[in-house]
Design a protein around this ligand. Structure first.
Ligand code: BG6
Length: 489
């Protein structure tokens, strides 16, 4: 039996026939059910505009569920229980009248979770209609990213929602916060005094955060081209990772204590002024190349593309945090589509020892690094210097890892998908893995100045061949500081 109990709720999923719901949300709900973490009275209400027979839509959801849950994890008893929780309602989300039917369908729910897997432009109208139907008092609302495309538009969305819901019932998703290793970062930092004493500019020389994807745009050209990699990945996922690495210890594990500390980091990010932009930030766009040995098209040749686009599919940048802890410690961030492999990792590079007593030719070898692997092969590895074994080796040094590979160490436990964790916390009313309004806004403020700088300078993305680690300028970005990207092969 699970060690926690979760109260019942009605989970109303707006946009239930969309890609996110089918690929991520239904499978995550199913996995929670399989783990015994859905209350017997929890109901799931799928809402979408599509008219037609309810049974047909439910069969469609079922078909996708079976496609996205690994075969060995499909348990027919759980499937049946899950299907029994599920119903479908056709709804135009902007039509206030439709919410009368919704109110009838959820009349006996004490807690209503309204999950918006829809474009942000309808968040405001949905909230207004929920309130008009008398549903707001018992509802928690969940907002998917992107929330706006800059500070101003994000404020419009946040304010529209805030008219009807207090911040304590607004859950903004950044699915990276639900990843197992990301939560482990909090444990690593604040449950091990070993690291916390070293976690500052006295001991750390620099930090790298890489989120590389092997895939290209995957039929999302229309959306992606309006956003680009800075808005799609840096504004949220990478800045959240940076905050978790850089924040001061919170006074407790409450949502606001953690979020207060993250906001302090975002506020301390040094702006990158136009005169430094070309040295500190590199934008790239992939051209044709190869992935897994097969030829793949360039960004401008993808389906539905516009050959004139100068949207970036890659960003590398150097961020500096202006505070006592991090002064002089660059954070190098890098993310791109069509990279050689899918890899999300954080590398903390520690400073060299202050005095050196070993053979001079070995000096370059010496370095301690903590590598935090988010995906694939979730785990952590601390690279330490040891002596090579053998009588003939003298005091020859080698760098070896102290490894903690989660799937090896916790063999029996499967690593849950980020959405499973987030949906569970949501049902329990815990907000610490969700993003507060001011975090979103400070992150936009910092990204907006980069976008404005690019516009002013007329900057165009630099080409890189699909299947490579980005434009050569991204290598120059870090070698200029006498460093290199860790592990680039
Ligand atoms: C999403 C972005 O937020 O994250 C996508 O919109 C990206 O463009 C995805 O592919 C990456 O998530 P993950 O969990 O696969 O690293």
């Amino acid at each position: 039996m699970p060690a926690i109990t979760v109260d019942p709720c009605t989970f109303a999923l707006f946009g239930a026939l969309g890609d996110l719901a089918l690929r991520k949300l239904f499978p995550a709900l199913y996995q929670l059910d399989r783990a015994g973490l859905l209350h017997a009275d929890t109901r799931i209400l799928a809402l979408a505009r599509d008219v037609g027979d309810e049974r047909k839509h439910l069969a469609f959801i079922d078909e996708h569920l079976r496609r996205h849950v690994p075969n060995k994890e499909i348990d027919e008893t759980v499937m049946q229980r899950f299907q029994a929780r599920l119903s479908y309602l056709t709804m135009d989300f902007r039509d206030a009248v439709a919410y009368t039917t919704l109110a009838e369908r959820v009349a006996d729910a004490e807690t209503l979770i309204a999950y918006f897997a829809t474009p942000a432009s309808v968040y405001g109208p949905i909230c207004e209609n929920l309130a008009a139907a008398g549903l707001a008092e018992r509802a928690r609302v969940v907002l998917e990213k992107p929330i706006g495309h800059d500070l101003e538009s994000s404020r419009v969305v946040n304010e529209a929602v805030a008219q009807y819901f207090p911040e304590s019932r607004i859950y903004r998703i950044d699915h990276y916060l639900g990843k197992e290793t990301v939560q482990n970062l909090i444990a690593l930092r604040f449950a091990n005094s070993l690291f916390e004493t070293q976690w500052n500019q006295h001991h750390i020389s620099h930090v790298e955060i890489t989120v590389a994807e092997k895939v290209g745009i995957e039929g999302r050209w229309g959306y992606f081209d309006q956003a680009g990699q800075l808005r799609d990945m840096i504004q949220n996922h990478l800045l959240q990772l940076l905050c978790l690495i850089a924040m001061d210890p919170p006074s407790d594990l409450s949502a606001d204590s953690i979020r207060d500390e993250k906001v302090k980091v975002l506020k301390a990010l040094a702006p990158i002024t136009a005169d430094k932009l070309s040295q500190r930030v590199v934008r790239g766009q992939y051209t044709s190349g190869s992935s897994d040995g097969k030829p793949v098209p360039g960004y401008l040749e993808e389906e539905n593309s516009n050959a004139e686009s100068d949207t970036e599919t890659f960003v590398a940048l150097r961020a500096d945090i202006c505070n006592w802890r991090w002064s002089g410690v660059p954070f190098y961030l890098r993310t791109g589509k069509r990279m050689p492999q899918k890899l999300s990792q954080i590398v903390i590079h520690f400073k060299e020892p202050p005095f050196y007593i070993f053979a001079p030719e070995q000096r370059a070898l010496i370095s301690n690094r903590l590598i935090i692997r988010l995906q694939p092969d979730e785990g952590m590895s601390l690279q330490v210097m040891t002596k090579d074994q053998g009588l003939d080796k003298g005091m020859h040094l080698r760098s070896g890892p102290l490894q903690l590979n989660f799937s090896e160490t916790y063999k029996s436990a499967r690593i849950p998908d980020a959405y499973e964790r987030l949906l569970l916390e949501l049902m329990q009313g815990n907000q610490y893995l969700f993003v507060r309004k001011d975090e979103v806004e400070y992150a936009w403020r910092w990204c907006d100045q980069l976008i404005d700088g690019w516009k002013r300078l007329g900057d165009s993305p630099k080409p890189y061949a699909a299947g490579t680690w980005g434009p050569v300028a991204s290598i120059a970005l870090i070698t200029r500081d006498g460093r290199s990207w860790y592990g680039d092969l």
